[in-house]
Write a protein that binds this ligand. Structure first.
Ligand SMILES: Cc1nc(NNC(=O)[C@H](CC2CCCC2)CN(O)CO)c(F)c(N2CCN3CCOC[C@@H]3C2)n1
Ligand code: NI
Length: 185
């Protein structure tokens, strides 16, 4: 199982590297990695397991955080958060094809399992995104996301491009709210 010891931290060069596309047919090592990533997120959200293995809670994780520089990410958002149904998926070679002009930011800012320091401030994200990606069977998927899931997915896709959340925080005024941005409560 994945634990915090497997997660590399800021300053590790892999976190600032553009990850490689994955080729199909997907070999077993990546299928196993994908299920390990989802399992980690579920474990991290289970109070007992998280306590037992000292896991920081997460709703998303990207392969580069495990020092695997490949374009693979996993998201596992429980129902109560995402608003309606839970969202649990693995994206391979994801690409944001289009996005809204309107932006949004989480009211409490963002954190990252690979960043131990706290960086306060709003992280502007596109409010709506259309993502093209491949699923574990190699099927091409094109899906629209908005609000909370869209924020999580953008945080993870950033990791595949060597970008960390605090790169987006306005240094002059971390809590500034540009005209085209609202706050996601
Ligand atoms: C918002 C939030 N971020 C948590 N952690 N950070 C992460 O997930 C990082 C990725 C998120 C940071 C902002 C957007 C994406 C991990 N990242 O570094 C991966 O690249 C949480 F844990 C969390 N929740 C709410 C849901 N709750 C359900 C019950 O269990 C506890 C859980 C706590 N919400
Ligand atoms: Ni992160």
């Amino acid at each position: 199982m994945i634990t915090m010891d497997d997660i590399i931290r800021d300053e590790h060069p892999t976190l600032r590297t553009v990850a490689e596309e994955v080729s199909f047919p997907l070999d077993d090592q990546f299928k196993n990695l994908a299920s390990d990533m989802i399992e980690f997120l579920k474990n991290s959200q289970d109070e007992e397991i998280a306590e037992k293995y000292d896991l920081r809670a997460g709703v998303g994780i990207a392969a580069p955080q495990l020092n695997i520089s490949k374009k693979i990410l996993a998201v596992h958002i429980p129902a109560e958060l995402e608003g309606s149904e839970p969202l649990s998926l693995v994206m391979i070679n994801p690409k944001i094809m289009s996005h809204s002009v309107q932006r949004t930011a989480l009211q409490d800012g963002e954190g990252c399992l690979s960043v131990d320091e706290l960086y306060e401030g709003f992280v502007p994200r596109n409010k709506r995104i259309t993502v093209q990606y491949y699923d574990l069977d190699g099927q091409k998927v094109k899906k629209r996301f908005k609000g909370y899931p869209a924020i999580v997915i953008q945080h993870e896709i950033d990791h595949l491009n060597g970008i960390l959340f605090y790169d987006h925080i306005n240094e002059q005024d971390p809590f500034m709210i540009p005209e085209d941005m609202d706050i996601f409560e």
